[in-house]
Every structure is written in structure tokens, then in C-alpha cells.
Design a protein around this ligand. Structure first.
Ligand SMILES: Nc1ncnc2c1ncn2[C@@H]1O[C@H](COP(=O)(O)OP(=O)(O)OP(=O)(O)O)[C@@H](O)[C@H]1O
Ligand code: SF4
Ligand SMILES: [Mg+2]
Length: 397
């Protein structure tokens, strides 16, 4: 197999991206029966539920300050699905853990997080606990980290209700049963008495979704919710997640390294690189009118259906978050880079579409080509950009 670059991460397994697009088409074709805000775009005047403004997170370590998140901003509307994609270590999880108040005490956090206008970062621990699990729920990659092996699934679901609401245990168990049915677990009444290890991986992830939605949250943060599952099960779980989020009227922040997942589910997509958002726009804009070379590289590394050749991942590795290079952190890997890229880090700014933001000095050069992924195919030394001024630097390693 061709060198995958030292990041070693492959983006968008072909099956997964096909599945993603298939779900998208299927759901769009069925009306809103099986839900999905995709068939039903989020209205422009939908109320905002979550706003993250210029969030930064740094961790002091023996080797220096790890700048894990460097200025993440986004807003999420009711019922909206925002996909966050990026390579391993790009700050996807840390930025979400900061929103949830789940980072270690050593973390240095600045910026603002508002939930329905309330400032989350200045809340007391008690207020945050009230928010967590009730108004903002989280689904993790590995359900075994969130489900306790020594209690039955029913007990844990009921506890999740009872920790936020006073009600008879019987009523909480009835709610648990209802949620297991909602996420598609057969014989939910009997399954209440099962222990997590008696569930398959897919069923455990369904139970996690049930746990996340049992208190009717406004926001679900799903961090790589299906990565550990095979592609068919992934598709079923994602479909269920969309269906369930609409049943409880929740918005979703969907964190993934898989562009296929985003293609199938997200209204808007945020691409992260080295702790920063580098592209933000509607998912269609990101896929079909890419304005940031890193995103183009990710898209180019997805083999197409008729592609018999080898994968073309972006060569090279993301920079150290302790000593970032000057200028654009992607410049050492970027075939479009010019001198300015090694000197000035570009801000995330509007492109030719005011709602499509990119952090790139040369987004207009991507706009000038039909297929920006070709920059990553053609190799160094090629005249990569129509009308490019300045000599390319860096390029493909
Ligand atoms: N407690 C910590 N102390 C020091 N560094 C940390 C800590 N937690 C996370 N980091 C660093 O912060 C950076 C961002 O991590 P994060 O977990 O957000 O990445 P990610 O984008 O979610 O990656 P993945 O796709 O692998 O889950 C990484 O370099 C990581 O090593
Ligand atoms: S063209 Fe320059 S600014 Fe844009 S991604 Fe490449 S290196 Fe960064
Ligand atoms: Mg992560």
C-alpha cells in the first residue's frame, strides 16, 4: 500500500461515504418519515441553542504548553446537525469537552460558550451538572466507557432520568423501555434487565443513544459515535441517531474523522486543523465548492467508486501543537502554498459565499478550478494553481 503519510488516518472509507450519501438520498426521498433535518432544512430564523465564541484550550505539560484548541467559534440552531471533521489531534474532542465542562483542572480555557444565552463557562459545577445529561448530552465513541458493566442497562437508563427528575422508579423504567424501543432494540422490556456485555457493539451504541436522549436534551454532542462499528451497522446507527434527534427535537454536534458520515448527516460542516477551524459552511459548499486546500486534500484521499488506483492521503503530519510553525500551520503540506503562507496565519473569513468561511490566503485559487483535489494528485513542481502568484512552497512531501 502507498505511504499513508505519518498521520496514518484514512478519511472516508469508500463504503462509508457511499453509505452516507445513500442515507442522505434515501431520507430526502422519503419525505420526513424517518426524520432528518436534511430533508427539512433548518429555517433561517430557527432559534440558536449553542454558541461557541473564540474558544481556546491549552494544557501545560513538561514539554511546554500544548495549544490544543486555538479559536473555535460556531453557532448551532435548534434541530441542526453540525459536523466537525479533522485529523486525529486536531482538537475536535477537546473543544467539545470544554463545552461540556469535562476537561481536567489543568486545562486553561478562554472564550465563551453560551447555551440558550446562558454563559456556560462561568457556571458553578452544580449548574453545569444540571446542564449536562439533561440539556446537553454526550455520546462517546466507546459505549463501554459510559455504560457501567455491573449494572443493568435498564437501571442505568432509569438512573439517568432520576438524576435530573423526581419520579417513581417504575415510571423511570417505563421511560427507559420506551427509549430502548425508540432506538430500535427488540424486546425492550426484557432487555432492560440485560447487562452491557450482553449487548452487541451496535446495541450498546443504541443504548448510549437512548441514554443521551432520555431527558429530551436540546443538544447532543456525539464524538465519533460509530467509528468502532462496521459500515452496515454504522449506517443503521446514524440513521437511528437522526431519527431519534428529530423525535426529541435536538440539535447535534457530530464529531468524526469520516467525511462520509458528515456527507450523510450534517447540515453544516466545520473542518479543523491544528486546533483551529479552517473551513466552515453548508455541507454541500464544503463538498462541492471547497475553499481550503486541507479540505481538498481530505476529499482527494477518498477513493471514488471506479477508482482502482491507490489511496492518495495528504502526505506529511500535522504540526506539533507545542511549537507551531509560523504562518499557516498547513503550509508544509500544502501544494498551493506561497511565501505569504509561511509568514501569516490566515484568519477564518468569508469567501465568495458570505456563509462559507475559509482560513486560506488563496481560497480564490480553489474557486478558480473545478476540482481542487487535483492539487494533491499532481505532485510538487507542477504549476498547481491557475494564475498563482509566487512560487509554491512546501508541496507534497
Ligand atoms: N489532558 C491533556 N494534556 C495535554 N494534552 C492534551 C490533553 N488532552 C488532549 N491533549 C492534546 O490536545 C490535542 C487535541 O486532542 P483531541 O483529543 O481534541 O483531538 P481529536 O481531534 O479529538 O483527535 P482524535 O480524532 O484522535 O480523537 C492533542 O494533541 C492531544 O494530545
Ligand atoms: S494556500 Fe497557504 S493559507 Fe491556504 S492552506 Fe495552503 S498554506 Fe495555508
Ligand atoms: Mg477525539
Amino acid at each position: 500500500m502507498e505511504d499513508e503519510g505519518s498521520s496514518g488516518t484514512l478519511y472516508g472509507e469508500p463504503d462509508a461515504i457511499d453509505k452516507g450519501l445513500e442515507i442522505r438520498d434515501r431520507v430526502a426521498g422519503e419525505g420526513v418519515q424517518v426524520s432528518s433535518g436534511l430533508a427539512d432544512p433548518v429555517p433561517a430564523d430557527a432559534p440558536e441553542v449553542l454558541r461557541v465564541e473564540d474558544l481556546t484550550v491549552a494544557f501545560p505539560t513538561e514539554d511546554g504548553l500544548v495549544k490544543a484548541v486555538r479559536g473555535v467559534s460556531y453557532a448551532l440552531k435548534e434541530r441542526e446537525v453540525l459536523g466537525i471533521v479533522g485529523e486525529s489531534g486536531s482538537g475536535k474532542s477537546v473543544s467539545s469537552m470544554a463545552v461540556m465542562g469535562l476537561l481536567p483542572k489543568s486545562a486553561r480555557i478562554t472564550g465563551k460558550v453560551s447555551f440558550r444565552g446562558q454563559d456556560v463557562l462561568s457556571m458553578s459545577a452544580r449548574q453545569r451538572r444540571g446542564l449536562r445529561g439533561k440539556r446537553i448530552a454526550m455520546i462517546f465513541q466507546d459505549p463501554m466507557t459510559a455504560l457501567n458493566p455491573v449494572y443493568t442497562v435498564g437501571f442505568q437508563l432509569a438512573e439517568a432520568v432520576l438524576s435530573h427528575e423526581l419520579m417513581p422508579k417504575k415510571q423511570a423504567l417505563a421511560r427507559a423501555e420506551e427509549m430502548l424501543a425508540l432506538v430500535g432494540i427488540p424486546q425492550p422490556k426484557t432487555r432492560l434487565d440485560s447487562y452491557p456485555h450482553e449487548f452487541s457493539g451496535g446495541m450498546r451504541q443504541r443504548a448510549m443513544i437512548a441514554m443521551a436522549v432520555i431527558n429530551n436534551p436540546d443538544v447532543i454532542i456525539a464524538d465519533e459515535p460509530t467509528t468502532a462499528l462496521d459500515v452496515t451497522v454504522q449506517a443503521q446507527i446514524l440513521e437511528k441517531l437522526i431519527e431519534v434527534k428529530d423525535a426529541v427535537n435536538a440539535a447535534i454536534v457530530l464529531i468524526t474523522h469520516d467525511l462520509g458520515v458528515v456527507a450523510g448527516m450534517a447540515h453544516r460542516t466545520l473542518v479543523m486543523y491544528a486546533g483551529r477551524p479552517v473551513e466552515l459552511g453548508s455541507t454541500d459548499e464544503i463538498f462541492y465548492r471547497t475553499r481550503m486546500p486541507y479540505t481538498a486534500g481530505l476529499l482527494g484521499s477518498i477513493p471514488s467508486a471506479g477508482d482502482t488506483g491507490r489511496l492518495r492521503p495528504i502526505k506529511g503530519a500535522p504540526p506539533s501543537l507545542i511549537s507551531l510553525p509560523p504562518g499557516c500551520p498547513f503550509s508544509p503540506r500544502c501544494p498551493v502554498a506561497t511565501d505569504i503562507c509561511t509568514k501569516e496565519e490566515p484568519p477564518l473569513a468569508p469567501t465568495d459565499d458570505p456563509d462559507h468561511l475559509a482560513a486560506c490566503h488563496h481560497w480564490d485559487r480553489l474557486a478558480a478550478t473545478d476540482d481542487p483535489t487535483r492539487f494533491f494528485r499532481e505532485g510538487p513542481g507542477t504549476e498547481t494553481v491557475a494564475g498563482a502568484a509566487g512560487a509554491p512552497v512546501g508541496g507534497i512531501a
